[in-house]
Design a binder for this molecule. Structure first.
Ligand code: ADP
Ligand code: MG
Length: 676
C-alpha cells in the first residue's frame, strides 16, 4: 500500500529531514492554511495522482485567497482525495534523493541533480545503505555537475553539510532505510540553498520487503579444501563420463579416493562402495543426472561437503529440482556446493578438477560461479606465476554462497588475496557485508554487468540503478577491486601475490609511481595508460635532474625515458631507479622493456636475461619498493624466452605484464589497498 505525500513527509520530518510547513485539507475549507506564510503551494492527492505536475495537480505561487479557486479547478478535472497546502520554498539547486531495494543487494541510496532535468541529465551517484558521511560527500563530489553545489558562475555555494545530513538521515546508520514499512521512496526535488535543504516532494513506492534470512552458524571449510578422502558418485564401469574424468584427476593427484557405484566393487581401478552412506570421506563429488542428485544427497549423512557437478537445475528452468536438492542436503546435515559447477582445487589438499597435475601451493584463493572459467584462471594463472591456496567453484550457489566462502577465506592462514568471479551471488547483501569485513585484497570480476538493469520501476531512481552501477558502488564502499576481464583478474592477483607482503611491511616506501623504460612514444602511452587506470604520475622531484645527469641520462620526466636494449648496460636502469629513490621514496616502480628490440637484430636473449637479473637484484636491494616489470612486444621473442624472464622475475617477487595497460590496472589496484 503506498502512502500519500503528506504521510511520507510526516515520517521524513520525524526523522529529521526538513519539509515545508503544510496542512491537509479534504473539503474545500482552507481556513487552516491561514497559519502558513505566503507564497503557498497547492497539491491535489489521490490514488491515481502519481506525477502530479504532469496532470496539473500542483499550483505554485498562490496567495490564501487563490486556494479555493485553484482547488475547485483541480477537483473539476481530477479524481481528488484531498489537498496538501504548503509553504513555497525558495528556489535553489534541485536534487533527487531516492531509496530503492536492489533485488540482490537490498537498500540502495541514490542522489544527484534532480527536478525536471533528472531524466535528461542522469547525473547521479549511488551507494548501498548504510552510507557513511564520507560516502555522502563523495557521492556529491562525484556528480558531473557538482560545481552547482559548490558555487558556480558567481552563485553562492549551497549548504553541503545540510545535504550530507539529509543523506545520512535517509541512508546512514539508523536512517530511514531501516524502516521497512517505507519500502522505496523518492524525494524529488530536495531544494538545496545557501542556508539549508528542504524536501518539497516525497513519493512512496510500495515494494516487497526483503526475504527473511535464517542466520546460520559459520561452517569450517577446511575439510572441503583438505579432505582426508574424496568420493566420486556417478563414474561408470562401461561408458566413461565426467565422473570417470574426475576420478582420473583425483587419482593422479594422489588423494585417498573411493567411487560410489550401485553394483561394481571397483570403477576404473578405484575401490567402490554402493552408497555415500558407506564412504568415509569429507568431500563427495556428484556427477549423476539432475533428477537423481537429491536421492544421492539423502545418503550423504556424515559427509560434510557434497559438490553437485551436474547441471539441469534452476539455470535451465528447474528450480524445483534445486529446491529438492537443498532440502536433501539439509536433511542429511551436509553442505551443498553447486549445483552446476566443477569442484575444488587446492594443491595442499590434493584437490583438483583440472587435468595436467597440481601446481604449486601459494597464497591466492578464487571463488568462481563458473567452473570453466575457474579452470582457465588456474591454468593460465599458474603459467603466469600464480600459486593458489584454495579454489572453489560454486555454480548456482543453492546452499553454500560466495559470501560464506569469502568470510572463511578472509580468515584463512594460507590465503593472502581472493579473486571472485560472480554472475549472481544469490545473497548480495551478505556478500557486501563479507567484502566489507574482509581485510585482505579482493579482486572482483562480475559477468553480466552490461545486461539490462532491473526493470525501471515507477521512479526515476529505479531506472537509474543498474547492475553495473550497483557493483561499482559495492567496490567503492568495500575497497574491493572491480576488474573488467579475466586477464586483469589474473594480473591484479599476481600483483598482490608478489607485493602483498611487501605492502604491509613496516617502513614500506610511501606513495607514488615511477615509470622507467625506453622510447618516447612508449613513455607517452604509459602516461595515458596510468591516467586511464586512475593513477597520477607525479613529476620527478627537483633534485632528480642532477642525479640523472650524473648517470648520463638526459630525460627528466615521469615516465622517464632511459635506453634499454641489447647493446646497453643492463645495470643502468637499476642505477637510475636507486638514484631517484634517494630523491623520493616511490612506492611503485614500473620498469618496461621493448622485447622486440632485443631480437630484431639477431638473437639477444642473453642481454634480456641480464636486464631481468639486474632488475631482480634491484628488487632484492629495495625490499620496501614494489617493482613491476612490463615486457612489451613479448611475441617477438623466440619460444621460451618470456618464460625465462618471468622465472627470473618471479624468483625476486616481481610481477610481469605484457602490456602497460595491464600493469597500470594492477598498480592502481595496489593503491586501492593503501599499499602505496
Ligand atoms: P510532481 O509529482 O510533479 O513531482 P512536485 O511535488 O515535485 O510534483 O512539484 C512539482 C515542482 O513544483 C517541483 O519539482 C518543485 O520545483 C515545485 N514545488 C513543489 N512543491 C514545492 C514547495 N513546497 N516549494 C517550492 N517548490 C515546490
Ligand atoms: Mg516531484
Amino acid at each position: 500500500m503506498s502512502a500519500y505525500e503528506h504521510e511520507v513527509k510526516a515520517l521524513l520530518s520525524a526523522a529529521g529531514v526538513p519539509v515545508p510547513r503544510g496542512v491537509v485539507v479534504d473539503d474545500l475549507d482552507f481556513d487552516r492554511a491561514g497559519e502558513l506564510a505566503e507564497p503557498l503551494v497547492l497539491k491535489a492527492f489521490g490514488p491515481g495522482l502519481v506525477h502530479k505536475s504532469d496532470v496539473g495537480a500542483v499550483a505554485l505561487g498562490l496567495s490564501r485567497e487563490d486556494l479555493a479557486g485553484a482547488a475547485a479547478g483541480m477537483r473539476a478535472r481530477l479524481e481528488v482525495a484531498g489537498f496538501l497546502v504548503e509553504e513555497q520554498a525558495e528556489a535553489g539547486v534541485e536534487l533527487i534523493v531516492g531509496l530503492v531495494r536492489d533485488p540482490g543487494f537490498g537498500p540502495v541510496l541514490l542522489t544527484g541533480l534532480g527536478g525536471v532535468w533528472t531524466e535528461a541529465l542522469r547525473d547521479t551517484a549511488l551507494r548501498l545503505c548504510p552510507i557513511s558521511e564520507e560516502d555522502a560527500r563523495r557521492m556529491l563530489a562525484s556528480l558531473r555537475g557538482s560545481s552547482v553545489l559548490y558555487g558556480s558562475r558567481g552563485g553562492p555555494p549551497v549548504d553541503v553539510d545540510a545535504v550530507v545530513k539529509l543523506l545520512m538521515a535517509v541512508g546512514g546508520p539508523g536512517g530511514l532505510w531501516e524502516r521497512l514499512e517505507l519500502g522505496e521512496f523518492e524525494l524529488n526535488p530536495v531544494i538545496a540553498g545557501p542556508s539549508g535543504v528542504i524536501a518539497v516532494d516525497a513519493r512512496h513506492l510500495p515494494s516487497p520487503g526483503p526475504e527473511a534470512r535464517a542466520p546460520r552458524a559459520a561452517t569450517d571449510f577446511l575439510p572441503l579444501f583438505e579432505p582426508k578422502a574424496v568420493a566420486v558418485v556417478g563414474a561408470s564401469t562401461t561408458r566413461p563420463n565426467f565422473g570417470n574424468m574426475f576420478l582420473g584427476f583425483y587419482r593422479a593427484a594422489g588423494v585417498p579416493l573411493v567411487a560410489v557405484h550401485p553394483t561394481a566393487a571397483e570403477v576404473a581401478g578405484v575401490r567402490a562402495v554402493p552408497s555415500l552412506a558407506e564412504a568415509d570421506v569429507d568431500y563427495a563429488l556428484v556427477a549423476v543426472p539432475a533428477e537423481r542428485c537429491a536421492e544421492v544427497l539423502r545418503e550423504a549423512r556424515g559427509v560434510p561437503f557434497v559438490q553437485v557437478m551436474s547441471g539441469g537445475f534452476a539455470e535451465t528452468g528447474r528450480p524445483d529440482l534445486e529446491e529438492r536438492l537443498v532440502e536433501a542436503a539439509r536433511a542429511a546435515g551436509t553442505r551443498l556446493l553447486g549445483p552446476n559447477c566443477m569442484g575444488v582445487y587446492s594443491p595442499r589438499g590434493r584437490q583438483t578438477f583440472v587435468g595436467g597435475g597440481l601446481g604449486p601451493a601459494g597464497p591466492v584463493a578464487l571463488i568462481s560461479q563458473s567452473g570453466g572459467l575457474a579452470g582457465e584462471v588456474i591454468k593460465v594463472g599458474e603459467r603466469r606465476g600464480l600459486a593458489f591456496s584454495r579454489v572453489v567453484t560454486v555454480g548456482n550457489s543453492a546452499d553454500v554462497t560466495p559470501a560464506e566462502l569469502l568470510r572463511w577465506l578472509a580468515q584463512d592462514e594460507e590465503t593472502r588475496a581472493v579473486g571472485l568471479y560472480l554472475e549472481d551471488p544469490r545473497d548480495g547483501r551478505e556478500l557486501f557485508e563479507a567484502l566489507r569485513a574482509a581485510e585482505l585484497p579482493v579482486v572482483l570480476l562480475v559477468g553480466g554487468r552490461s545486461g539490462q538493469g532491473q526493470e525501471a520501476a515507477a521512479s526515476h531512481t529505479g531506472g537509474m540503478v543498474s547492475d553495473r552501477r550497483v557493483w561499482e558502488a559495492v567496490a567503492e564502499q568495500t575497497g574491493a577491486v572491480l576488474v573488467a576481464g579475466q586477464d586483469d583478474l589474473i594480473g591484479v592477483l599476481a600483483y598482490f601475490q608478489a607485493h602483498g607482503s611487501r605492502s604491509r611491511r613496516r617502513g614500506a616506501a610511501s606513495g607514488g609511481v615511477l615509470v622507467v623504460g625506453p622510447s618516447g612514444g612508449a613513455s607517452v602511452l604509459a602516461a595515458d595508460a596510468f591516467d586511464l587506470a586512475g593513477v597520477r604520475l607525479d613529476p620527478l622531484p627537483a633534485d632528480a635532474l642532477e642525479a640523472l645527469r650524473g648517470l648520463g641520462v638526459v630525460a627528466s620526466g615521469n615516465p622517464l625515458e632511459v635506453p634499454v636494449g641489447p647493446l646497453g648496460r643492463a645495470g643502468l636502469v637499476p642505477e637510475v631507479v636507486s638514484a631517484l629513490l634517494r630523491c623520493r621514496p616511490y612506492g611503485d616502480v614500473v620498469l618496461h622493456v621493448n622485447v622486440q628490440a632485443f631480437f630484431t637484430y639477431g638473437d639477444a636473449a642473453e642481454p634480456l636475461y641480464a636486464y631481468a637479473r639486474a632488475v631482480a637484484q634491484a628488487q632484492a636491494a629495495l625490499p620496501g619498493t614494489r617493482i613491476t616489470l612490463v615486457t612489451r612486444n613479448g611475441e617477438c621473442a623466440p619460444p621460451g624466452v618470456e618464460d625465462e624472464v618471468r622465472r627470473i622475475a618471479a624468483e625476486a617477487g616481481i610481477p610481469v605484464y605484457r602490456s602497460m595497460e595491464a600493469a597500470a590496472v594492477a598498480v592502481a589496484a595496489g593503491g586501492r589497498y593503501g599499499v602505496a
